[in-house]
Design a protein around this ligand. Structure first.
Ligand code: HXC
Length: 260
């Protein structure tokens, strides 16, 4: 498929990569870009060969936010009736395969929110995260006030969102926003691809279940969450891969997954 605002590739076995590619606007997330992103993610979701997905931008910008020029003239009625931004959530609701965001440079506003939607976030030490919407007379609109607050706690989230101050990749790692921080863009991409490859080497059904239960922890209370996990854990005794994995361990062999 030919896209205007993204690049799509399969850099490693089982790994799909989407690179945001609107360099003139620092990957500002205009509606057509999000439509393309959703389309590429849908293709990876239905692909029988792809097991993990990497989402990245350029060295200068992961994404500098939603497209301010597109939003500037919007009226309330237009935004409300067209459910502006709602399709961004496809990424979290439709995608069952793990998504790793690799962030270099600016990840501001909607760019920060997009990164926060990923299952694993990696970044460079000099990455520039922030929710600067307050400076534009608005607020985060793609989950930033919720996901950032869950990640860093209310004290820091409130300060960041009310001041619009940005934070570095190093801080993102220290505060639990990013799982790992890398020295350069090249090391970041290599590290993210290695992780994606590792995940792609495991049982698909187990990986999907693991992602599902961890994400449930963000919505459910502890008791319900633990019960949910146990139900899914029980269900996996019905999978071929649980038998394959445990038999391989006992026989000191490498598991050869069912790929179903
Ligand atoms: C549209 C953008 C843009 C954006 C940058 N550009 N960010 N266009 N929407 N969010 C465009 C600029 O207009 C400029 O185009 C080109 O990209 C290069 O940007 P410069 O500003 O010249 O680059 P630089 O001086 O290096 O500054 C980089 C920057 C700055 C600090 C990232 O661009 C910036 O502050 N951008 C806006 C960041 C922001 O406020 N994001 C939140 C948006 S609100 P021209 O044509 O002039 O060369 C938001 C709401 C989310 O995201 C809620 C729902 C999702």
């Amino acid at each position: 498929t030919n896209y205007e605002y993204i690049l799509v590739s399969e850099p490693r076995p089982g790994v799909g990569q989407i690179t945001l590619n609107r360099p003139k606007a620092l990957n500002a997330l205009c509606t057509p870009l999000i439509t393309e992103l959703n389309s590429a993610l849908r293709d990876f979701q239905t692909s029988s060969t792809i097991s993990a997905i990497l989402l990245t931008g350029s060295e200068r910008a992961f994404a500098a936010g939603a497209d301010i020029k597109e939003m500037a003239p919007l009226t309330f009625s237009e935004a409300y009736q067209n459910s502006f931004i709602e399709s961004w959530s496809d990424l979290t609701t439709q995608l069952k395969k793990p998504l790793i965001a690799a962030v270099s440079g600016h990840a501001l506003g909607g760019g920060c929110e997009l990164a926060l939607m990923a299952d694993i976030l990696y970044c460079t030490a000099t990455a520039n995260f922030g929710q600067p919407e307050i400076k534009l007379g608005t607020i985060p609109g793609a989950g930033g006030s919720q996901r950032l607050t869950r990640a860093v706690g209310k004290a820091k989230a409130m300060e960041l969102i009310l001041t619009g101050k940005s934070f570095s990749g190093e801080e993102a790692e220290k505060w639990g926003v990013a799982a790992r921080v890398f020295k350069s863009h090249e090391e970041l991409i290599e590290g993210a691809l290695k992780t994606a490859e590792t995940i792609a080497g495991y049982s698909k059904v187990a990986v999907q279940a693991a992602k599902e239960v961890v994400n449930k922890s963000q919505d459910l209370g502890l008791r319900d969450g633990v019960e949910y996990e146990r139900r899914v854990f029980h269900a996996l005794f019905g999978s071929q891969d649980q038998k394959i994995g445990m038999k391989a361990f006992a026989e000191k062999k490498k598991a050869d997954w069912s790929h179903s």
